[in-house]
Design a protein around this ligand. Structure first.
Ligand code: MN
Ligand code: MN
Length: 476
């Protein structure tokens, strides 16, 4: 089959749009390095585009009609947007879904300790990571600390040029002969991923300590570096050591998303899995202003650890919000909610692995996505005989091909890698439980789950074009 490169399909005008879109995308990545930060950015973008919070509409006792736009947030970590169509919702929605959590290191609940003159934060990694990739690079700390009184401290340290950064140490090459004999999975183990956050002991006046007079000798307290950090946390943030119990602190690579390549054709950034699909889906959702079928954009948390938890796709949040919206359009019944979901079409978007010539044998060259090859469709992402796949219906794929060809969207079909080499899950199977048409789609990524992942600017823009075509055209 002939495959086009997306760059060759663009007009001069579109090439300019690609650059604008890529710029906005990089800003989105910079502002949203955690799921909470993403939700903040997304809500701001939605409100600017005229979306109102569903809870507010409910409180006012208003109803929803054609053209109305609402959003709902779940625990500050996942969000869903609806734009009401001209046809009843019971006839089905067109849904774009993606996830906004990304692999990272999370701070443990009892994290702070001192060893060898360093203060550390103990971590537990989140999602699938090659642990050896997370050492000896600048890291930033993002998240919230909720004090016992319910007040919340939002932290974002390490992104501003004047901020300090953090790091995890690695053994010097000169002494690494034993380390380098180990398997890559053991070179850096999970408990070794502890973050260095300080090295300066707190110095106490001796008289402050025991009241002795008159000369004021100075001395180090026990665990003086840790004490120094605790003193700083108290003074600067009004935070006690126990407050880590009710904190969600995420450690991510420090620094902004960058253009990559001498030709600036790519983007190198943290967290593109799956914020690349979240951003392009959201932009499509905000762009399409009318449509017969109700449009929906669902951006969820916890995909990287199996879509569990109240903010993951397995929670009833989405279904409940569909019920609330149908209640306000006057269509609610238990049966109508089920019918609306079953009659819906969905693009469940997530990143796909891009062909990497350096590891060519890991892929089937005919059935892999190429960077610059356009939007990707995956019927299978799983392993062991397609386990965990959406395996979307041929009829649905034919419908999507038809929509995309009419709008000249460049797309490719792919599997994650070579048969039986491995696999990965997405949220598609959860939506498939409702009996709706759903397929995995998205954008190809090189070095997926690494601290810095690469995408093609053309693919990111083409995905947005594809989502627009889907929201306008899907109907089966
Ligand atoms: Mn992932
Ligand atoms: Mn993903």
């Amino acid at each position: 089959m002939e495959k086009k490169n997306t760059w060759e399909t663009y007009s001069e005008e579109q090439l300019q749009e690609v650059e604008v879109f890529a710029y906005e995308y990089r800003r989105f990545l910079d502002e949203g390095k955690t799921e909470r930060e993403c939700v903040d950015v997304i809500v701001n973008m939605a409100e600017e585009a005229g979306y109102r919070e569903l809870q507010e509409v409910m409180k006012e006792g208003k109803s929803l009609k054609k053209g109305d736009k609402v959003y709902a947030v779940c625990m500050n970590k996942s969000v869903v947007l609806f734009r009401i169509g001209s046809r009843p919702m019971v006839e089905g929605m067109n849904i774009l879904g993606a996830h906004i959590d990304s692999p990272r290191l999370d701070v443990k609940q009892n994290p702070l300790y001192e060893e060898g003159g360093f203060a550390y934060l103990d971590t537990h990694y989140y999602g699938g990571v090659k642990k050896y990739q997370w050492v000896a690079l600048p890291l930033s700390l993002h998240g919230v600390i909720v004090r016992k009184d319910g007040s919340t401290l939002e932290l974002n340290i390490g992104e501003d040029e004047d901020d300090p950064v953090f790091f995890i140490s690695d053994l010097l090459i000169h002494l690494a002969s034993e380390q380098l004999e180990k398997k890559a999975s053991k070179v850096i183990e999970g408990e070794a991923l502890d973050l260095i956050i300080g090295n300066r002991p707190i110095i106490l006046d001796k008289k402050d300590k025991d009241g002795s007079e008159p000369e004021s000798e100075k001395e180090q307290a026990k665990e003086a570096v840790k004490k120094g950090i605790l003193e700083l946390l108290k003074r600067k943030y009004n935070v006690e050591e126990e407050d880590f119990i009710s904190a969600e602190l995420e450690i991510v690579p420090a620094g902004k998303a960058r253009e990559a390549g001498l030709d600036k054709s790519m983007i190198l950034a943290y967290g593109q899995d799956d914020r690349v699909c979240a951003f392009s889906s959201l932009k499509a959702m905000l762009e399409v202003e009318d449509g017969e079928r109700t449009a929906c954009c669902l951006l969820v948390d916890k995909e990287e650890i199996g879509s569990v938890g109240a903010t993951g796709m397995q929670s009833r949040f989405f279904e409940n919000m569909v019920a609330e919206v149908m209640n306000l359009t006057g269509e609610y019944s238990e049966l109508n909610v089920r019918r609306a979901l079953a009659a819906s079409c969905m693009l469940s978007s997530d990143v796909s692995s891009a062909f990497d010539p350096a590891f060519a044998s890991s892929f089937d060259k005919k059935n892999v996505a190429y960077l610059g090859g356009g939007m990707v469709f995956n019927k299978f992402t799983g392993s062991r005989g397609k386990s965990g796949s959406n395996d979307a219906n041929a009829e649905y794929l034919a419908h999507i091909r038809d929509i995309f060809e009419k709008e000249n969207i460049n797309f490719q079909t792919a599997e994650l890698g070579r048969v039986d080499l491995g696999g990965g899950g997405t949220i598609a199977y959860i939506l498939a439980l409702y009996g709706m048409n759903v397929i995995d789609s998205g954008v190809a990524v090189l070095n997926m789950h690494a601290p810095w992942e690469a995408t093609s600017k053309a693919d990111v823009f083409e995905a947005k074009r594809g989502y627009v075509a889907f929201l306008k055209g899907a109907d089966m």
